[in-house]
Design a protein around this ligand. Sequence first.
Ligand code: NAP
Length: 213
Amino acid sequence: MRIGILGSGLMGGKLGTLFARAGHEVVFSYARSQEKLNRLARDARGNARAGTPREAAEEADAVLLAVHWSRMDDVLKQAGDLSGKVIVTCSLPMNADNTELVVAHMSSGAEALARKVPKARIVSAFNTVPSELLFGVFQARRKAARPSLVYCGDDSASKGIATALIRDLGFDPVDAGPLRIARYTEPFALLVAQLAYEGKGGPELAYRFERFD
Ligand SMILES: NC(=O)c1ccc[n+]([C@@H]2O[C@H](COP(=O)([O-])OP(=O)(O)OC[C@H]3O[C@@H](n4cnc5c(N)ncnc54)[C@H](OP(=O)(O)O)[C@@H]3O)[C@@H](O)[C@H]2O)c1
């Protein structure tokens, strides 16, 4: 697939690199320096290049949206018309100092995004994993026991694309349901981060869901 990266920081830089290493064509965009985008494209060691947000979105099978909430309107404006596009968003609707969700409980960042770009097909994914884990999971991807990764969205074709990308990165995709479920997965992402950054001796998060008839 051709994947446009909108936001080439901790998440976008790593996810884009791994998408390229998994065999996808990647365009890195939206960082504060062109040199950083060029370096990411060079170091990805795959089919990757640097471009503008508009170039990243053009002809993309999916765009990955990985910016701070405060940059959302700017990056969407620079990307241009995203009608019909599959947008995989890992962005969380955080305040300026990353301490609180500014959209929560009755809605989610993913749903707010869907209202901003009503003709795009939004999937919320990858926001429940700290960026530091991505390379290790990718390296271990051929092992049978893969870590689960929850995603949600309203459009089945776009969810199929997200599922393929999640598998390519070494995770076992878990469909959590429609996009409104992001109002639960986004706070869950903060719980994961809270536990993950406790350091050595902190708890490891493992979960198993049972289905009841
Ligand atoms: N990091 C994680 O582990 C993690 C986990 C789950 C979810 N998330 C969510 O994922 C999203 C991205 O997080 P992140 O940690 O990847 O953030 P980040 O490292 O700050 O990346 C954001 C990207 O936006 C670029 N940017 C910021 N301001 C800009 C401007 N004025 N013009 C052009 N580019 C600009 C940054 O450029 P530079 O590269 O030049 O700084 C960077 O490439 C956030 O919504 C976050 O809540 C992150």
